[in-house]
Design a protein around this ligand. Structure first.
Ligand code: AMP
Ligand code: MG
Length: 279
């Protein structure tokens, strides 16, 4: 079977153009949608264990060019997880206060604490993407950031944060269709901005910036995962499946830990009751 997603190898070269945004893993839509239901339920179960055990956190980063489906992916993949144990943070144009700090300041303060799932809609990668494409800081400044990002993510991983970074890979033609669809549907028009068409003119620059970011910042502890995203049903399925496959190996440990904590609590309760009766 064709690979579901493309994991960027650490230290590898990446040819984005060789990865088909229309890829569907030889799956048909109906079975992908049925499986998605099971996968999102499993994400919910795994999240409960992650929350209960409180030993790890999960950070999911979603990146992609305008209209690549970042919002939709978050909505469809995490629609069953408890709001008590998860949150989404969308990164916008930095405020004056944020710009007055190092570029990771606003990011570090919203990373998920143990037990939580934190989802980033855009992220610190904007600081080597939009910032690079529009020369918002000199190259000597943004070029140092790849290394800083790797060190930062290493710190998070060493503190028991499980990290997944998804790049939603759409074709330029698909983007045109989605932008035009937004114009035609009033319910979607709120997402429109003339800026999106302007950004499209920088398509090649964005692809070059993404390529370098993915090449330099895909690591064993925080891999970049390229998701063919022209077909929304496939994108959702592939992201959900990757999340489940990443968390599943922790399940036994979390269950064992929860079992131990449970026994300890019961023993404490028994001791308390014992004392209550005899004393
Ligand atoms: P949206 O995701 O459509 O709400 O738009 C958010 C906007 O914020 C996008 O145009 C991003 O390029 C922009 N943005 C996010 N992070 C940064 C950053 N670090 N520097 C400059 N622009 C950013
Ligand atoms: Mg936008």
């Amino acid at each position: 079977m064709a690979a579901l997603v493309y994991r960027v190898p650490p230290d590898g070269k990446l040819e984005l153009a060789t990865i088909d945004p229309k890829g569907n893993g030889k799956l048909d839509r109906a079975s992908a949608e049925t499986e998605l239901e099971a996968l999102t339920s499993e994400i919910d179960e795994l999240q409960e264990l992650l929350y209960g055990a409180g030993t790890h956190s999960l950070l999911v980063i979603v990146q992609g060019i305008d209209t690549s489906g970042k919002d939709g992916t978050v909505r469809k993949v995490f629609n069953k997880v408890s709001p008590l144990g998860s949150y989404v943070h969308s990164f916008k144009v930095p405020t004056e206060e944020e710009l007055g700090h190092d570029f990771l300041w606003r990011v570090h303060r919203v990373t998920p604490q143990r037990g939580m799932i934190g989802i980033f809609n855009r992220s610190h990668y904007e600081d080597v993407l939009v910032v690079r494409v529009h020369n918002l800081v000199p190259e000597t400044v943004w070029r140092k950031r790849y290394r800083m990002i790797n060190d930062f993510e290493h710190l998070l991983a060493a503190s028991n944060t499980i990290i997944l970074k998804f790049f939603l890979h759409i074709s330029k033609e698909e983007q045109a269709e989605r932008l035009l669809a937004r114009e035609k549907e009033t319910s979607k028009a709120w997402k429109l901005s003339a800026g999106d068409w302007r950004e499209r003119e920088h398509w090649e620059d964005y692809m070059a910036a993404y390529t370098e970011a993915l090449e330099r910042c895909s690591t064993a502890y925080a891999p970049w995962i390229i998701v063919p995203a022209d077909r929304k049903w496939y994108r959702n399925y592939a992201v959900a499946k990757t999340v489940v496959e990443t968390l599943r190996p922790y399940k036994d440990d979390w269950l064992a830990y929860l079992g131990k904590v449970g026994e300890q609590r019961l023993a404490e309760l028994r001791a308390y009751r014992g004392e209550g009766v005899t004393g």
